[in-house]
Ligand binder design. Sequence first.
Ligand code: MN
Ligand code: MN
Length: 470
Amino acid sequence: MEEKTNYREELFYKQKNGYDLVSKEEVIEAEKYSEGYKEFLNDSRTEREAVINSIAIAEQNGFVKYSGPDCIKKGAKLYFNNRGKALTLAVIGEKPMSAGCVIVAAHVDSPKIDLKQVPLYEDSELAFFKTHYYGGIKKYQWTAIPLELHGVVALKNGEVIDVVIGREKGDPHFVITDLLPHLAADQMKKTMAEGITGEGLNVLIGSTPYDDEGEDRVKLAIMSVLAGNYGITEEDFVSAELSVVPAFEVTDIGFDRSLIGGYGQDDRVCAYAGLKALVDTKNPQRTCLCILADKEETGSQGVSGMQSMAFEWVISELCKAENSEVIDCLSRSVCISADVTAAFDPNYPEVTEKRNGAKLNYGIGLSKFSGARGKSGTSDSSAEFVAYIRNVYAKNNVIWQMCELGKVDQGGGGTVAAYMANRNIETLDAGVPVLSMHAPFEVVAKLDCYMTYKGILSVFEAEPYENKYF
Ligand code: MN
Ligand code: MN
């Protein structure tokens, strides 16, 4: 019998730790890339700040604000700012829009705690903000940690005031208090979902009484500070978007510094990868787009969410210059829905099916489908498109892994993928595996961040995917 020493190697699908596959030079590249990402993440604590910082990076790299069909030329680098909360960036390709675009769609909103529209009150001579949390959070994780206040206050006269308190060294912070263990006998018997309630997420903001004899003296003292610093009255909160977010600095994690810890990595880690990849894309055949969407964490609805017609407006503007039809363009377009996935956590092995879970340091994670309870809500990418991506990654030495978010009956999650696929765009989910996703402090691996960037760049620059059907 013929000897087959490499038979296993040849026939088995074996995933390898990325560190066994990359060169030393590439580890250094990943390290360099991560420094840029950490800086971006540290300064981007809301969707609005992520948009501002993304525009700054884009402009440094020759992108200009879209100003009408006249600026659409081969090689042009354009951006479309959607109300300061979402952003679409484009590099115009050699081929016309009717040949389709290559799209990467990530989101720049993250779970946070928003102020209500009538937030300020005093109780027992302490001042607080009432809140309504945004996105899926485990509420107990947000108590007893330092918080910052970010957002805008829009005044009746049209002026918009930016608020960032807690980011600068020496700034004050805010906090949601929790009960001391000594008196938590009843609380500790509750489930983790019930131990802290939504209406219990009240942010402590001050304690000094105003120097007079009336009611609500602490509240008045707080309002007098806000009036002095920002020129606002209590009524102005009704037209404000203010959020409290964790105050933790973005930092390396581990003796080997191989990991990054920070707030809002879902999905700013993929947003940064998409942005950097587009900035680095040279002479693409087809027009390449990077979308940084808002409202993914609440279902992608609203004017700045991925379900918004704002997307069709951008495509229609790009098509106008050459009389292409939007629906033709969409039918030939492809999309990487760049969003994070759950990394296998050895502390909680029971929720993951180990043959199909994403692992840290195994590269960009591709999810053919998402959803829960029988793939409900998924767009399920086609086998042909997954094969195309595998081929692109093989040619470009991108380290990647196939993954699924958790065990079949454990739960699941969605991304913007379904909203792109519903538009007749061939779409695949791909992104960075995360530990402690949606917690105030999430963890990712540097190698995976870099491979996500490289994976997106290789798709932007690849030979176009040919849809055999139309
Ligand atoms: Mn996400
Ligand atoms: Mn999320």
